[in-house]
Design a binder for this molecule. Structure first.
Ligand code: SF4
Length: 416
């Protein structure tokens, strides 16, 4: 019994507030559909959310719904429905689980929030291909289904240095969205409102960065697995005061108190790991428990860092949005990514890296072209690559991953 107690995941008290904020977010969208306003824009995770909010839209993020489908494992039931409708098992399983769920009339929102029976019908769908082309295909499916406009930004990929040429190209595309959005919103863009939204978004980003940086403490007060939950306001509420209040008044003080009191997320932290790639949403708890039992803390990840936008600048909203969206890790060259990962290894004092080879997301998988080996040579930090998927658990073997992780931690133990 004593051992079982030791391996319990330490709850973060701020999660209570977070649950309420997420409920408010979805009920607000649901009310807008039922009561006929405000207008709703769907937006990809690093799409122009600041612009949409500044124009009075409520913003809904389908990838957030995709993650819910994965975390609840409803995806297992819904992916085959999208496969049968012509969407390959090889393409993004956020997309296939989401489209499949819609075709089956299912959503985890109904289980979590009484009275919500469906995802919110959009007035416009806005993408940014900075992550992948799948987001464009995904929104296009709903655009056809509901006969709603699908507009967006076609981004660069493999960018080494983000230059003014990149920035002006993307900024021009963001500005070009404005007339269509004004037509749908029924109002003109107020540039001061956009500046204010960019300012709020930047503040949220800075606070989220500060939250993640608490994990530089030894022992760390939070894990990557905590981060996948507490990143929600940075993802779906960036550009609002609500997200800022949550990080500034609730989560950060709690984590700082943990550091001051020497409270670790992982009791007896012995190893500090980095997670590179997408989460395996349907196995987050199992993995968190395994690392806890092995006294290993996954202290940082590329994934949670993807909502840090330090270039946002309210004095230059369009250009700074363009720069922030293009500086994203996923948009960059391998050379840049390796440099970034070396910095992460140093900053968080990491002694091992876990690469997730995510079957249906090659875009967020960096282990397929020799990066793990190169990084090992450059940094001397060992790594393993786990085969899996963000939502499609048919691509993941619990036994194999468990054995690999155990062997890796054993190897790290011998190195220390
Ligand atoms: S980046 Fe990967 S997980 Fe995200 S939408 Fe694109 S394919 Fe899906």
């Amino acid at each position: 019994m004593a051992d079982a107690k030791k391996t319990e995941i330490k709850k973060i008290a701020a999660a209570r507030t977070l649950r309420k904020l997420m409920a408010d977010h979805f009920y607000e969208l649901d009310r807008a559909v039922k009561e006929g306003g405000p207008k709703i824009a769907w937006c990809t995770s690093v799409g122009p959310a600041e612009l949409l909010r500044a124009m009075g839209f409520l913003v809904y993020f389908p990838e957030n719904h995709g993650a819910m489908l994965g975390a609840t494992r409803m995806a297992t039931e819904t992916i085959p429905t999208a496969n049968a409708a012509g969407y390959s098992p090889e393409v993004c399983s956020y997309m296939t689980s989401d489209i499949g769920a819609f075709l089956r009339g299912r959503t985890p929102l109904s289980d979590a929030y009484e009275g919500i029976t469906s995802i919110p019908k959009p007035d416009v769908l806005v993408y940014n291909t900075n992550q992948c082309r799948d987001v464009q295909d995904w929104l296009a499916w709903y655009g056809r289904h509901w006969n709603r406009p699908v507009i967006g930004i076609e981004c660069y990929c493999g960018v080494a240095d983000v230059t003014d040429v990149h920035v002006s190209g993307i900024a021009g595309q963001i500005e070009a969205l404005v007339p269509t959005l004004e037509g749908i919103a029924g109002e003109k863009l107020d540039i001061d409102r956009l500046r204010e939204t960019v300012r709020l978004s930047r503040q949220c980003s800075d606070l989220w960065k500060e939250v993640l940086e608490t994990a530089t403490a030894r022992p760390s007060p939070l894990t990557f697995f905590d981060g996948t939950i507490h990143m929600a306001p940075a993802v779906v509420m960036r550009g609002t005061q609500t997200a800022i209040d949550y990080y500034r008044d609730e989560l950060l003080p709690e984590l700082k108190a943990r550091i001051a009191d020497g409270v670790s997320a992982v009791e007896g932290e012995q190893h500090r790991l980095y997670w590179e790639g997408m989460p395996i949403w349907g196995r987050l708890r199992d993995l968190a428990m395994q690392f806890l039992e092995l006294r290993a803390c996954v202290v940082a990840s590329t994934y949670a860092n993807s909502w840090i936008f330090t270039s946002l600048d309210d004095s230059d909203p369009f250009n700074s949005m363009a720069r922030a969206y293009t500086e994203l890790f996923i948009v960059r060259s391998d050379e840049y990514k390796e440099k970034y990962l070396r910095e992460m290894i140093d900053t968080f004092a990491v002694d091992g890296i876990i690469f997730h080879d995510c079957k249906t997301c090659p875009n967020n998988t960096n282990s397929r072209h020799g990066m793990a080996q190169r990084l090992g040579e450059q940094s001397g930090i060992p790594s393993i690559t786990i085969a899996g998927d963000l939502n499609d658990l048919r691509c993941y073997s619990d036994e194999q991953a468990k054995t690999q992780i155990e062997a890796f931690l054993e190897q790290l133990g011998e190195c220390n």
